[in-house]
Design a protein around this ligand. Structure first.
Ligand SMILES: Cc1cc2nc3c(=O)[nH]c(=O)nc-3n(C[C@H](O)[C@H](O)[C@H](O)COP(=O)(O)OP(=O)(O)OC[C@H]3O[C@@H](n4cnc5c(N)ncnc54)[C@H](O)[C@@H]3O)c2cc1C
Length: 227
């Protein structure tokens, strides 16, 4: 299915957002991902397709890719796109990194660009008038991060949303339980660079977080310190 670029916008540091429309609105559940192809000449070893979480909210009906523009030929081709240019949707939205109604507290842990599913989920809940009963721990290498203004506005509108920014520090179980004392009795969503999620996920399990209370979203292609 062909997708047409509507516009692109700088978010923060090397992070840009690209919005694509399809002839009919895209349908997905907030937090789900797609696979897209950006055809380009002389692709590097990683090729012309990538997985991306749709960082837009479902009510918006568009595909929104929020990503770091790296030196890969894929990202360079993405960055060169002009409004009206087309890419290919290779796999429709899928994945279970989605909102789950639960009686325990909900904690979102984002490592840098791993914030994309949380942006989609929270924006849809704001739109639906649902409570934002969530603690978000948002870790980054610098203070300049994606979606900072929107998150702040949502927190002002609904103080049940509690946001902890962690800048320039690796996420550890001690740091997280210091910020969120009831963490091990919560439903924890972990999203970010693959090595970071693997390591922190394993540490949380070893610290006693039951398996069913941990949801993980791995973003390959990024190092643990690229948050
Ligand atoms: C479900 C899902 C959702 C995602 N959502 C987002 C998103 O919202 N935003 C976003 O920016 N990215 C997201 N990603 C990651 C995205 O697909 C790319 O991998 C990432 O953006 C890096 O792409 P790149 O072209 O910059 O780097 P690449 O050129 O693809 O990779 C950089 C380096 O990492 C190595 N590498 C790449 N893939 C792997 C791998 N699988 N295992 C080991 N080494 C590898 C490469 O060899 C290369 O040296 C998601 C991935 C998944 C699976």
């Amino acid at each position: 299915m062909a997708l047409t670029l509507i516009d692109s916008a700088h978010e923060a540091a090397d992070i840009w957002t690209f919005r694509f429309r399809n002839d009919e609105p895209l349908v997905w559940e907030a937090g789900q991902f797609v696979v897209v192809e950006v055809p380009h000449d002389s692709p590097d070893d990683e090729g012309t397709t990538r997985f991306f979480t749709n960082s837009a909210a479902p009510f918006e009906g568009v595909l929104q890719i929020t990503t770091r523009i790296t030196g890969s030929t894929f990202k360079q081709a993405l960055a060169r796109l002009e409004p009206g240019d087309r890419i290919e949707l290779k796999e429709y939205p899928e994945g279970d990194f989605t909102w789950e109604n639960t009686d325990v507290p909900v904690v979102f842990v984002a490592g840098g660009i791993g914030v994309t599913p949380f942006h989609s989920i929270l924006k849809q809940r704001v739109h639906d008038g649902d409570p934002l009963d969530v603690t978000l721990v948002y870790a980054s290498g610098s203070t300049d991060v994606a979606f900072a203004d929107e998150l702040e506005a949502w927190q002002e509108a609904d103080p049940a949303l509690s946001i902890h920014r962690v800048v320039g520090e690796p996420l550890t179980v001690d740091l997280l339980t210091g910020l969120v004392p009831g963490l091990l009795d919560s439903l924890v969503y972990l999203s970010g660079p693959e090595p970071m999620v693997e390591e922190l996920g394993e540490s949380l399990r070893q610290a006693g977080l039951p398996g069913p209370q941990l949801k993980e979203d791995f973003f390959p292609g990024y190092t643990a310190d690229s948050i």
